[in-house]
Design a binder for this molecule. Structure first.
Ligand code: SAM
Length: 286
């Protein structure tokens, strides 16, 4: 249920480095809000000054305070006032606060809208040169431990283009780890300082990226875009036959051998079945 005639929470995207990307709709939404929730009042204050927005109160809404801000926001919405939410840069809720507040507002039955705009992940993806039809956003990888290893393994096996955020002082290590898991030959694009004076899109393999980063101290903001994993090599009939024979020699029934070989080689079951039926039946165990 959504209450009509009440205020809205508006997630307002802001520039990721170039103030020229602040949209007219973003300025309108900020000007007409009763409250602007933001991560850092100094930073957002400068943006408001640039946009000529005056007199709108700001409230710090970061990872620690997002939950405590909910009651205050709901009260304003109930009174018919709009609330804007911005992050330090880009789209709120994308590796930034916003998700919890948006969910709470939806659950309370109020409207959530957005003024779309810059998001580093989208810009990096479209300039990477990789497949944009299907992609995954991994945000920041866990910094260490088995969670990191698991996520790196997920990235290595992912067939779609993968977009990652990373801090400059960790980007070299992440590239090394990606190279270890995906193989040094996998292609990568490093999108640095997007929309800023020193914007740079570097493209090459993961091994080359490791060498590139070793030559200079990484500075500025980075998005890492990794090409999807190549499809598994097509198995020829000979390989399927050999795998079926090996399974059956181990005592597997024809049906079990077909299932195992289909899964192991990642080929169509029908093809494996057709080859299996042309082979002599395995002898029944005595
Ligand atoms: N909400 C933001 C967005 O919509 O893109 C992301 C915020 S997240 C805390 C910050 C990360 O985004 C940085 O570590 C970097 O990976 C990426 N990023 C943000 N601005 C960038 C830029 N101008 N160039 C490259 N990467 C950027």
């Amino acid at each position: 249920m959504t209450f009509s005639g009440t205020g809205r929470l508006v997630l307002v995207a802001t520039p990721i480095g170039n103030l020229g990307d602040l949209s007219a709709r973003a300025v309108d939404a900020l000007r007409s809000a009763a409250l602007i929730c933001c991560e850092d009042t100094r930073r957002t204050g400068k943006l408001l000054q640039h946009a000529g927005v005056r007199g709108v109160p700001m409230a710090i809404t970061n990872d620690h305070t997002e939950h405590v801000r909910i009651a205050e926001v709901l009260e304003l919405l109930a009174g018919g006032r709009d609330v804007a939410l911005v992050s330090d840069a880009g789209t709120p809720g994308i590796s930034d606060p916003g998700e919890h507040l948006a969910r709470a507002v939806i659950e309370a039955g109020y409207l959530v809208s957005a003024v779309p705009g810059p998001a580093a992940l989208v810009m990096a993806l479209v300039v990477s040169g990789f497949d944009t039809t299907r992609f995954v956003f991994e945000g920041f990888l866990p910094r260490s431990g088995s969670d990191r290893t698991r996520r790196l393994a997920d990235v290595a096996g992912e067939r779609r283009t993968i977009v990652l955020y990373e801090a400059p002082h960790r980007v070299a290590r992440t590239i090394d780890d990606l190279s270890h898991h995906c193989g040094g030959g996998r292609r990568v694009a490093l999108a640095r300082e997007l929309t800023k004076l020193h914007e740079e899109i570097w493209r090459g393999t993961l091994s080359e990226a490791a060498a590139h980063l070793a030559e200079r101290e990484p500075r500025g903001e980075y998005v890492v875009v990794v090409d999807g994993a190549p499809p598994p090599p097509e198995s020829d009939d000979h390989a399927i036959t050999a795998a079926l024979r090996a399974e059956m020699a181990r005592g597997a029934t024809r049906k079990a051998a077909v299932a195992t070989v289909t899964a192991d080689l990642g080929v169509q079951k029908r093809r494996v079945f057709d080859i299996a039926t042309s082979l002599p039946r395995p002898e029944a165990p005595r």
